[in-house]
Design a binder for this molecule. Structure first.
Ligand code: PEP
Length: 257
């Protein structure tokens, strides 16, 4: 059975003190929360990863980076390698976020290189895909998703569900307050799962988690999680607030998914 992922993408937000406060409060909450089916992931900025790992060392909270280099080491000013993330025991890493595609020119080939590098170091990738508003409005959503999947998994003959999760994030829903309806999200998630089944096999498709991202918050997460192919959320804005993150964990625990 697939877990439910409540993954917070903090982007370039919070100070060190705020990171400590949030994580300590989440640790307290977990004293009475307990759920083995929920995977709690927090992805702070690079600079706070080590501190976050230190604070959460004896907890169920997993820590993720928001990006990594496709290179091992060398003259790549400003970059951080998968090996370095492994060194401080980071468990997850977001790759291919639409903000990185849009502002830093990342493409599916590069995303594949990052995925393979993270896999080599035992870090689980959170691989983001999703269409823009123009692409949706021109009726190209499925074609775009298919091309992204084909690009990222080109030449990869087998997949293991413990090396990555996918995050379907319609670009028009990220940080805009506009969420895809559960029906819109479910049909794309189903399309992705079918693609995985056709390229790989049913067992892989059934075991790979597919998260939804795009203005997820306490008021809409229940409906999204009730969809059969939605296995959790990659959450930006609403994950910055500890009370709203805790509320989403409570709702996820109660959900049937
Ligand atoms: C994201 O950053 O991946 C995201 C989905 O952001 P938000 O929840 O703020 O739309």
């Amino acid at each position: 059975m697939r877990k439910i992922y409540i993954a917070g993408n903090w982007k370039m937000n919070k100070s060190c003190a705020e990171t400590v406060l949030f994580l300590n409060s989440l640790i307290d909450f977990n004293n009475s929360y307990e759920s083995e089916k929920i995977e709690q992931i927090i992805c702070p900025p690079f600079i706070y990863l080590e501190k976050a790992k230190e604070i959460t060392a004896n907890s169920v909270i997993k820590i993720g980076a928001q990006n990594c280099s496709e290179q091992d080491n060398g003259a790549y000013t400003g970059e951080v390698s998968a090996n370095m993330l492994k060194d401080i025991k980071v468990e997850y890493c977001i790759i291919g976020h639409s903000e990185r595609r849009e502002y830093y020119g990342e493409n599916d080939k590069l995303i594949q290189s990052k995925y393979l590098k993270l896999k080599e170091h035992g870090i689980v990738s959170i691989i983001c895909i999703g269409e823009t508003l123009d692409e949706r409005e021109s009726g190209n959503t499925f074609e775009v998703i298919k091309l992204q999947l084909e690009g990222i998994f080109d030449g990869i003959d087998t997949v293991e569900s413990d090396t990555f999760v996918l995050a379907y994030e319609p670009v028009w829903a990220i940080g805009t307050g506009k969420t895809a309806t559960p029906e819109q999200a479910q049909e794309v998630h189903h399309f992705i799962r079918t693609w995985l089944k056709e390229k790989y096999n049913k067992q892989s498709a059934d075991s790979i988690a597919i998260l939804y991202g795009g203005s997820v918050k306490p008021s809409n997460i229940k409906e999204l999680l009730s969809c059969p192919d939605i296995d959790g959320g990659l959450i930006g804005g609403a994950s910055l607030d500890i009370e709203s993150y805790k509320d989403m964990l409570t709702i996820a625990k109660e959900s049937e998914c």
